[in-house]
Write a protein that binds this ligand. Structure first.
Ligand code: NAD
Length: 562
């Protein structure tokens, strides 16, 4: 979109219940600042508050309803939320939505839309800015504790996700929304041109993954901020934090029906919603195969929609670190350990393939192995823990299968143990292969397993080509080098290999407002969550030309002979 200088905005108040143009008002969104991570040092107030909330949440199972049109809906079809690191410990039971509830959600979203779409952007944004403020303070321990217990995140991993990143989404998106509304066309004398950023017609379907509470919070709220109403299907394995996100939004003043929480059978819910004439968009994060499926279903129904739905999906990754012979060995080793094993490798950005020159490999390997031997694995309520458990039995079986494959077809340098008696624990694992096309170098594992390929130092151009072409994904990647020519070559050779590219840093930990996140190729539509690029997908612009003095004669001047 071109962005000519903004013209003064036109105030367009709309009566309650009447959908009207959502022109920006005169207020400016407070300039957003990234939330500062708390330290949770021994003796700190935040540590005391969090420990108390953890004990309380672990000891008091709750019942989670669907929430449709602001109403708690209890279907009686119950499922359990357990701790991945203590899978016999039940944290909650939740009610799965039945087909009639899905229909009710479509109706509730349509009803709520009439009112919500008429709110000024300032009023809508205020809800999310208030949610950010609540999460900064009184809700912080709740969202962190739910993420630690329900998704097995350590205190630091929960803090950077459920608190800081979600706060950042709630603070930065209003700021980006304001920038979008301010982009207005030029006008000629006696003509006023305006762009009206209308919410989409219909509802947005948000489908969220288990691994980031912040993503679960962002996918329904980003379209809502732009005036849409949403039906949100969270991941079953992240139900506890999803439920508290919804309660937080209610506490912040989100009107009933703007975001409808509809947990349940993903296939049944998706096939009902994707067949709806009112589907206006899909906001998805999860695996590539599921997004393919959603897209295909939308394709099958394409002639039945009232408008072409917007499809935004951030999907899988096979993220890399490629090291040049000039790399700093210690920095590289730390980046591998943090990048591959934090949150048990269950980040879409987690390092899972590394390319190291032969001259550096012994030093890198030994340092990585030494650090891996120190990593504490276990209960995340013990703050010394570095790795919790993987999310569920299915993930445990899948990751264990890859480790078995490595045992047979490659070399396990460190780790490899897996035990699921108490919790779904997988030891951080370093594999070495001589085959750069080995499946552990190509396929997304989504667990604490990283595979190394050692290349001859002189083969730098060739290894860049290998990195670029080995996997179908292009989410994140990093180059480690102190030689600037090598950095330049990597940036050029890997231009399309990652949507988030890092130089001398691990390829995880993107920060809202600093490294807009998303990948290309089979990693998604790269609409960059937490940026204006993403928000633009949730509006449909109307150009309005108003002529103040319309012509009164059909003839043009050149038609006169005299
Ligand atoms: P998943 O694909 O299993 O599930 C994601 C969501 O889709 C969940 O809500 C799930 O219930 C739903 N779902 C599952 N099967 C479905 C079906 N048949 N029809 C409709 N919906 C269905 O992914 P996950 O295990 O929750 O998360 C891990 C995946 O997400 C990894 O592939 C990871 O790379 C990806 N991810 C990507 C990003 C990114 O920004 N690119 C961020 C986080 C996670």
């Amino acid at each position: 979109m071109s962005s000519p200088p903004p013209v003064p905005d036109a105030a367009g108040p709309s009566g309650p219940g009447v959908e009207g143009p959502a022109f920006a008002g005169r207020a400016s969104v407070p300039p957003p600042r990234n939330d500062e991570n708390l330290t949770y040092l021994p003796g700190s107030p935040e540590r005391t508050a969090l420990k108390a909330r953890l004990a309380d949440m672990a000891g008091t199972p709750i019942e989670i309803p669907a929430v449709i049109g602001g109403r708690d809906v209890r279907s009686g079809v119950l499922h359990q939320v357990v701790m991945p690191h203590a899978h016999r410990h039940v944290l909650a039971t939740w009610h799965a939505a039945e087909p009639q509830h899905v229909e009710e959600a479509v109706t509730a979203a349509a009803l709520a839309r009439r009112e919500w779409a008429s709110w000024s952007p300032e009023d809508r944004c205020a809800v999310f800015l208030r949610a950010a403020a609540l999460l900064t303070g009184p809700w912080r321990a709740t969202l962190n504790a739910a993420t630690m217990l329900g998704q097995s995140k350590t205190v630091f991993q929960a803090e950077i996700d459920a608190a800081s990143e979600l706060i950042d989404f709630f603070r930065f998106n209003p700021f980006y929304a304001q920038q979008i509304y301010a982009q207005q066309p030029g006008s000629s004398p006696a003509v006023w041109n305006r762009l009206e950023y209308r919410p989409l017609e219909g509802f947005v379907y948000a489908v969220t993954p288990f691994n980031f509470t912040s993503i679960a919070g962002n996918l329904p709220t980003a379209p809502a901020m732009m005036g849409n109403t949403v039906i949100w299907k969270p991941a079953a394995s992240a139900m506890l934090s999803a439920y508290y996100i919804l309660r937080l939004l209610e506490a912040a003043g989100l009107p009933p029906g703007v975001i409808n929480l509809v947990p349940g059978d993903p296939e049944a819910i998706s096939s009902a919603l994707l067949a709806s004439r009112e589907l206006a968009g899909v906001h998805f994060t999860g695996s590539t195969s599921v997004f393919d499926r959603l897209w295909r279903t939308v394709g099958e129904h394409i002639s039945g929609y009232s408008a072409y739905p917007r499809l935004v999906g951030e999907t899988g990754g096979k993220d890399f670190i490629v090291a040049h012979a000039s790399a700093d060995v210690q920095a590289l080793a730390v980046a591998i350990v943090r990048g591959a094993f934090e949150y048990q490798g269950q980040k879409c950005s987690a390092v899972s393939r590394i390319y190291v020159p032969a001259s550096l490999w012994p030093g890198v390997r030994d340092r990585v192995v030494a650090m891996m031997r120190e990593l504490q694995i276990g209960d995340v309520a013990d703050f010394r823990t570095f790795c919790g458990a993987v999310i569920d039995r299915k993930a445990f079986a899948k990751i264990s299968g890859y480790i078995d494959d490595a045992r047979a077809n490659a070399r396990i340098v460190q780790g490899g143990a897996a035990r699921d008696g108490e919790g779904y624990f997988i030891e951080p694992t370093l594999v070495e292969t001589d085959d750069p096309g080995y499946r552990l170098m190509r396929e997304e594992i989504f667990g604490p397993v990283v595979t190394a390929f050692v290349y001859p130092d002189r083969a730098w151009p060739e290894i860049l080509a290998t990195v670029d072409t080995t996997s179908p994904y292009a989410l994140t990647g990093a180059v480690f080098a102190t030689d600037r020519q090598a950095v330049r070559a990597a940036q050029a050779g890997l231009r399309y290999a990652a949507g988030n590219f890092y130089v001398n840093d691990k390829p995880t930990g993107a920060v809202v407002g600093q490294q807009p996140f998303g990948g290309g190729r089979r990693s998604g539509t790269n609409d960059k969550a937490g940026s204006g690029m993403n928000l633009l997908r949730w509006v449909s612009a109307r150009a309005v030309k108003e002529t103040f003095v319309p012509p009164l004669d059909y003839r043009y001047p050149h038609m006169s002979e005299s």
